[in-house]
Design a protein around this ligand. Structure first.
Ligand code: GUN
Ligand code: ZN
Length: 434
């Protein structure tokens, strides 16, 4: 028997991409709306008064009047093993990896430790309203096993994979090209499209892989349909110079990945801060995706991603938002949107709240090619939802009390909000306790 339940509140949906139509008009708002959920999927959505008479008198309706109901947030770039080294002082990318990240990632050879951190990480992610993420594990297959097991237990839709590193990393964090291939292949068999889990082939970044390993990563992508690829690209100037030194035969950093057949749809490149115009055109042609990680780029002093350049209408590149914890200092995509706004301001553009919210939800799902599953409130979609409370804190309540529009409320949430503004998170139709 189908069990239905529903949520009542203000429903936010997009009927257009707010970067290519006037942003203020891109959202459809149902001030007193109802979302009806059946078997983990959205069955109907619309105006409360229109829908209520057709429903069973006893249906359970969660009352979120005064709150905004939208899709769960999508985090396109995050490292679960770095949860414990978030907010580590005083370094930029390469020395930060050596000093903080590699020592912590060593601990994930222990599957119990991996399971403990995976559990804590998923709790924090859901508390922040994020229901889907593209997640780096460590080089240890057991770190991947632990993560997927935790995700499957909660039935969250996650994308994750084993980090590949066969050089320029400590001995006990290196695999070999062949071992990385074999371990990834085994994990793909176990977890890719197992329930709601997707696998991402995950070479950490060009400096820690030989050309042989990158080539085998490209070969892995052809072994199953819908596999993802995730790595880092052009985050930091020293990193870029190092890649040029390590791969003198290649035309540049992006070409290293392209040569290995890694630049394609469902490939997610973290950062892309220092991309050239030529790179942007090539990424548009190849249909790959950038994860914009402003909190991380500011924290490590990496530079400013040129979002509006990347999205230029003549040759837009897919872009989603990423927290990049532990270089990012928050798992809240509201706080990421806050910093994305400030970074855009510094490059002469005002990121509209509808644009930021789109990147964190519907646009993020499109950029990851999962928009047929999540990222929208529409019949047939998986019921992953995030309910935001515009009066969650005294200052938010003060600021939104006389807000002039829903876009204004959304802007207040993106500038003043964080985990505290998440009133509820739903995964596959079930409310999460946190
Ligand atoms: N580049 C290679 N590894 C990493 C990582 O763990 N975090 C970030 N921000 N950049 C990287
Ligand atoms: Zn990263």
């Amino acid at each position: 028997m189908t069990i239905r339940h529903a949520l009542r509140g203000t429903i936010l949906r997009f009927h257009d991409n707010p970067f290519f139509t006037p942003a203020a008009d891109a959202m459809h708002i149902e001030p007193d709306g109802l979302v009806v959920i059946a078997d983990g999927h959205i069955e109907t959505v619309g105006n409360y008064d229109d829908l209520r008479p057709n429903l069973d008198a006893n249906i359970s309706i969660a009352d979120y009047r005064g709150c905004l109901i939208g899709p769960g947030f999508i985090d396109a770039h995050v490292h679960y093993p770095q949860l414990s080294v978030i907010a580590s002082y005083g370094e930029q990318l390469l020395t930060w990896l050596e000093r903080y990240v590699f020592p912590e990632e060593r601990r994930f050879h222990d599957e119990n430790y991996s399971a403990e951190i995976a559990r804590k990480f998923l709790n924090e992610l859901l508390r922040a309203g994020t229901t889907t993420a593209a997640v780096y594990c460590t080089v240890h297959p057991q770190s991947v096993e632990a993560f997927f097991r935790e995700s499957a237990h909660r039935n969250t839709r996650m994308i994750a994979g084993k980090v590949l590193m066969d050089r320029n990393a400590p001995d006990d964090l290196r695999d070999t090209a062949q071992r990385g291939y074999d371990e990834s292949r085994h994990l793909i068999d176990r977890w890719h499209r197992n329930g709601r889990q997707f696998y991402a082939v995950t070479p950490r970044f060009a400096p820690t892989s030989t050309e042989e390993q990158l080539t085998l990563a490209g070969a892995l992508l052809d072994t199953a349909p819908d596999l993802f690829m995730q790595t880092h690209l052009l985050e930091n100037r020293q990193e870029e110079a190092w890649v040029r030194q390590l791969f003198p035969a290649r035309k540049g950093y992006l070409d290293v990945y392209d040569h290995a057949n890694l630049v394609r749809p469902r490939s997610i490149f973290g950062h892309a801060v220092h991309v050239s115009e030529h790179d942007l055109g090539h990424c548009h042609d190849k249909g790959c995706t950038f994860a914009h990680c402003p909190t991380s780029n500011l924290f490590l002093g990496s530079g400013n991603f040129r979002l509006f350049d990347a999205l230029r209408a003549e040759r837009p590149v897919h872009v989603a938002l990423g927290t990049d914890v532990g270089a990012g200092d928050t798992l809240s995509l509201l706080r990421v949107a806050n910093e994305a706004y400030k970074v855009a301001q510094s490059t002469g553009h005002s990121l509209h709240p509808a644009q930021a919210y789109w990147l964190a939800t519907t646009g993020g799902a499109q950029a990851l090619h999962i928009d047929h599953l999540v990222g929208k409130i529409a019949p047939g979609m998986e019921a992953d939802l995030c309910v935001l409370d515009p009066a969650a804190t005294p200052i938010l309540a003060q600021r939104t009390a006389n807000a002039e529009s829903y876009n204004d409320i959304l802007f207040a949430l993106m500038m003043l909000g964080d985990e505290r503004s998440v009133r509820a998170t739903y995964v596959n139709g079930c409310k999460i306790d946190f």
